[in-house]
Design a protein around this ligand. Structure first.
Ligand code: ATP
Length: 514
């Protein structure tokens, strides 16, 4: 585990050193769980957003996009349930003065039982070798059964407390299981309190006339309240979807793991409106289609898994997460939810406006059901960044750090490198850059030795380096270096656009989805 933590720290340091992600307000010692994207980070992030946006709006006839405001009428958050129920249970330790989520402390305790079981299994597997029957061992080994029993008892007690919103019971569990603060090591806990995750501010110029408004904690409500506008003006027929990318804000109690859990982050959400009764068909469709979108990037199919929810929100009738294997374990990157007609019905009730669809085929009115796909841009960024990072041993004591980004989303697609800074090579390099810059993000780098320049481009994940040498001036050819294999080939300058666009265009990636 310690090793994985070190790897993660190294990746975070790399993200900063190469202009991907900076701590917000760093010269003022930073602002917790808020981050800025640097010159390379913003390109990668924009490419991820473009991949999502174009896959939704260009590959589907019946999905359109919107961009709604961050501020919305406060009653929207009453209707959606966020004012009353968008809470996390928090607990403080009086000695360390640190704040924790009570549910996360208990979940970590449950995970400890799982770890103990896995250790027993690993030990036995080593002892018995090839003849080891893991299923049988798990079902019969007394120590495993004992741990499993304790785990299940705790899990049941925890699930009941969460479902009943019983904060006293959550505290009692923490006391009964003697859970200590990881920093102070003590059990000096306060009571558990509910904490609403929405940021509140005031709108209006005078204190009297000011109205409390919230920074939106999700982008989805902006879609629901525009459902009628889009359906009518776009003459949309059910089934159809509305997509949106935008900032969301949550006052997370514990912000950990770099850009995994932020207080200001970005979401890409799509609400798909369907006939009541047909929601499970579309839920399955979107569940599979979203997984295909992820896997098309080629980061490794084994790094993804579904996690179906056992406990559903009161308005949902199916929900699953797509989890990705981060350096700190499998974690949610995207949620796919079947939300019934809950949101539209609530807005109908609270606004007093009729929000219905007249279905000409059925000749009747109804409130559409909704399937939602909701993915965090920053978590997606993190999964791409972590899985593409490699500290590679090249033999003979030589190493390089390389980011194996899928070429279509790499921040810089190619770098043109004049071998020396004289003899007209830099001018030729600029001329090549000028031909390529209309289609590709393309840099010219002429400082330092060619080897150092290759390493710099590897470290930001540039798929191709184009080296201009003396032969270039004679026959208009260059060497094209491939980032992953480090192989070089001699190609004509006139062929560069064609070769590059085949390898790095977003179209190629999008075509995999059809
Ligand atoms: P979690 O359980 O991790 O808090 P959630 O289930 O509350 O997440 P949703 O409300 O389903 O998350 O939000 C949809 C997506 O938005 C998540 O899958 C995640 O990618 C992203 N997201 C949610 N909260 C954050 C956050 N604090 N920082 C970064 N991304 C987030």
């Amino acid at each position: 585990m310690a090793k994985q933590e070190d790897v993660f720290k190294t990746i975070i340091a790399h993200a900063k050193e190469y202009g991907f992600v900076f701590q917000s307000s760093e010269i003022y010692d930073g602002l917790s769980a808020v981050y800025d994207y640097g010159q390379n980070g913003v390109e990668l992030k924009n490419n991820i957003k473009r991949y999502w946006w174009e896959s939704m709006t260009m590959l589907h006839d019946n999905i359109v996009g919107i961009d709604s405001a961050i501020f919305m009428h406060p009653t929207i958050w009453k209707a959606s349930g966020h004012v009353d129920a968008f809470n996390d249970p928090l607990i403080d330790n009086r000695d360390s003065k640190k704040r924790y989520r009570a549910d996360v402390l208990i979940e970590d305790e449950i995970a400890k039982f799982d770890e103990k079981i896995n250790k027993e299994v690993a030990k036995a597997a080593k002892r018995f070798g090839e003849s080891f029957d893991e299923t049988m061992f798990r079902q019969t080994n007394p120590r495993v059964l004992e741990h499993q029993k304790k785990r299940d008892e705790l899990h049941t007690r925890f699930a009941e407390a969460m479902n009943a919103n019983d904060l006293n019971e959550l505290k009692q569990i923490i006391l009964d299981y003697e859970i200590v603060d990881p920093i102070s090591g003590t059990r000096n806990w306060t009571d558990v309190r509910q904490f609403n995750l929405m940021f509140k501010t005031e709108m209006g110029s005078t204190a009297d006339g000011a109205m409390d408004v919230y920074l939106r904690p999700e982008t989805a409500q902006g879609i629901f309240v525009n459902y009628l506008n889009v359906q009518k003006t776009g003459r949309m027929k059910i089934p159809f979807g509305i997509a949106q990318i935008g900032k969301a804000f949550r006052n997370e109690i514990v912000a950990r793991q770099f850009i995994f859990r932020m207080r200001e982050f970005e979401q890409m959400e799509m609400q798909f409106f369907v006939r009541p009764g047909e929601e499970m068909t579309y839920f399955e469709y979107w569940r599979n289609w979203r997984m295909k979108w992820h896997k098309a990037l080629g980061l490794g199919d084994h790094k993804y898994r579904f996690h179906d929810h056992e406990k559903l929100a009161h308005y949902a009738n199916a929900a699953t997460d797509i989890e990705f294997e981060m350096p700190f374990g499998f974690k949610e990157v995207e949620g796919i939810h079947s939300r019934t007609d809950f949101d539209l019905s609530q807005h109908e009730k609270f606004s007093g406006k009729k929000i219905q669809y007249f279905d000409p085929e059925l000749n009747k009115n109804y409130t559409p059901y909704v399937i939602e796909t909701s993915i965090g841009v920053d978590r997606m960024f993190l999964s791409v960044f972590c899985s593409c990072y490699e500290d590679q041993d090249l033999g003979n004591g030589d190493r390089r750090v390389v980011l194996h980004f899928p070429p279509a989303i790499a921040p810089v697609k190619c770098a043109v490198l004049p071998l020396v800074k004289k003899d007209g090579l830099p001018d030729k390099a600029r001329e090549i850059q000028h031909r390529l810059r209309f289609d590709f993000t393309c840099q010219v780098d002429e400082k330092d030795s060619i080897g150092k320049r290759y390493r710099r481009q590897d470290a930001i994940g540039t798929p191709f380096c184009i080296t201009v040498d003396h032969q270039t001036l004679e026959d208009n050819t260059v060497t094209l270096r491939h980032r992953d294999s480090m192989e070089q080939e001699r190609v004509s300058v006139d062929d560069l656009e064609k070769i590059l666009s085949e390898k790095v265009s977003l179209n190629g990636l999008l075509k995999k989805l059809l």
